[in-house]
Write a protein that binds this ligand. Structure first.
Ligand SMILES: Nc1ncnc2c1ncn2[C@@H]1O[C@H](COP(=O)(O)OP(=O)(O)OP(=O)(O)O)[C@@H](O)[C@H]1O
Ligand SMILES: [Mg+2]
Length: 252
């Protein structure tokens, strides 16, 4: 099996606090979709930061282990290098450039493309998200949450990444919009052959489209396997779904 992402024994700490991740092993195969699950504070975003080279920004650092992208060790490389190597991300909280137009946001994502391919990239995003075409001259900050999430996804896919890391796409969005955006995410995976690691609070939703899944608890992988195996494991209900239900989350 050819791996796009291979994480071996990864540990991460912030400042002088204890470990936020401890000895994490995780694999994403070429073209595969893997769900990363866990309750609030389990370390999901930290793992994505470690993989995408953004730990520094948050005063965190890798204390052990390594990350490989298509076989190449990439832990420690800065984020802009990783983008050129084929890593894309839709960060927690979307983080679109609110004062830039929709199209300029997409052009930022397209900065790694040769000039001649930029228009094709824009066309591909607009084809997938017609709403963005309608709003292409509008400031991103004026759009709805769902539209901003489409933009964050478009900005990430325009560079045709081989690995896309998606953090809480559904946060604060209505269930219908969430379904719609996830459908487009699957289309991206199929058309570009992009592999994905998807963080999602709604475990049932994530397990419905991912092939495999990992469950994090207090910085450690406590469960991994095929989506069906993970869904059926009692640990899932006790350590995660239980908490999600207690927090009032509804499942589709
Ligand atoms: N910048 C930071 N400085 C210090 N500690 C941090 C920082 N960011 C996260 N942490 C700590 O690391 C742990 C993991 O946090 P992380 O944000 O990765 O969790 P998460 O699984 O993404 O949670 P959520 O579902 O709430 O987004 C938590 O204990 C958190 O308090
Ligand atoms: Mg998070």
């Amino acid at each position: 099996m050819s791996l796009v992402l291979d994480i071996q024994g990864l540990s991460v700490a912030y400042n002088r606090k204890g470990l936020a991740l401890e000895d994490v092993h995780m694999q994403v195969p070429k073209g595969g979709i893997v769900a990363l699950l866990g309750a609030n504070g389990a370390g999901k975003t930290t793992l994505i930061r470690a993989v995408t080279g953004l730990l520094d920004l948050h005063h965190g650092h890798i204390t052990a282990g390594q990350v490989r992208l298509s076989g190449q060790i990439v832990s420690g490389l800065p984020a802009h290098r990783l983008v050129r190597l084929g890593m894309g991300q839709v960060p927690e909280g979307r983080l679109v450039f609110k004062h830039l137009s929709v199209e300029d946001n997409l052009r930022v994502g397209a900065a790694v493309l040769p000039r001649a391919q930029v228009q094709d990239g824009l066309d591909a995003v607009y084809h997938l998200f017609p709403r963005l075409l309608e709003r292409r001259q509008q400031a991103a900050g004026w759009m709805s949450g769902g539209e901003q999430q489409m933009l964050a996804l478009g900005r990430a896919m325009i560079a045709k990444p081989k690995l896309l890391l998606v953090d809480e796409l559904s946060l604060g969005l209505a269930p219908l919009i969430v379904r719609d955006i996830y459908k487009q995410l699957l289309v991206i995976g199929e058309t570009l052959g992009t592999a994905m690691l998807v963080v999602e609070q709604n475990a049932n939703l994530a397990l419905s489209f991912a092939q495999s899944a990992y469950l994090l608890k207090q910085g450690r992988v406590v469960l991994s396997g095929s989506a069906a195996e993970v869904a059926a494991n009692p640990l899932m209900k006790s350590s995660y779904l239980g908490e999600a239900k207690a927090a009032g989350e509804s499942t589709p």
